[in-house]
Design a protein around this ligand. Sequence first.
Ligand code: ZN
Length: 249
Amino acid sequence: MPAQTALTLEEQAIYEWQMTVPGMGEEGQRKLKSASVLISRVGGLGGLVALELAAAGVGKLVLAHGGNLRASDLNRQLLQTHDHIGKPRMESILRRLNELNPRCEVVGVSENVSEKNADSLVAHADIVVDAAPLFQERLALNAAAFRAGKPMVECAMHTLEATVTVFAPGKTGCLACYVPEIPASWTRQFPVFGAVSGTAACIGAMEVIKLITGIGESLAGSLLSMDLSTMQFRKVRLPKRADCPVCGR
Ligand SMILES: [Zn+2]
């Protein structure tokens, strides 16, 4: 993590409540202010990760998401507004985050993560968050994060199920350990409620905050699986695969 930056009086006032969380203090807040986080896709899932991290006082967010807003995005993409249909998603994302926290430096990249741009995007952040709907993007980000030795918070959802885990290079396996190839049946459009993608997002944001500040216990090495239809939540160990094409020998 980078050198810490002091808090202004205004920041001390804004983050007063969360600085009283045991283990946080002003030092934890300075760590958040000094940190940078890359989020791959800022839609129903990544948009809420960005919102929570901006609210918590993370100093810099690098956001990758291309395309224009569609009407069908509005059931979950809470950084968007109705009047923005047909216009670039990134414009709303930057405006809404700035309204909440003008002290947060937000770099918007109107492209989705690919094998071409993954390394240069990952270079701009201490931690990466994977919230992309397509496995091509997820696996490209996973490989780049592993090459750069940076932790990746992996958030996913489908119908009423959501999962969150953390991959820490050198300590845990990676996404390619358990998704060795792209499932043939996967499609870009899938069943989703905003409340389900938002659940994965808030838990993913908390994992980022824990990684930066050192409070609590990271999900690294475990997968949290949540079934919102039955409200059964469970944690399973996620083994590293020795023959993984990315993190194996
Ligand atoms: Zn692996």
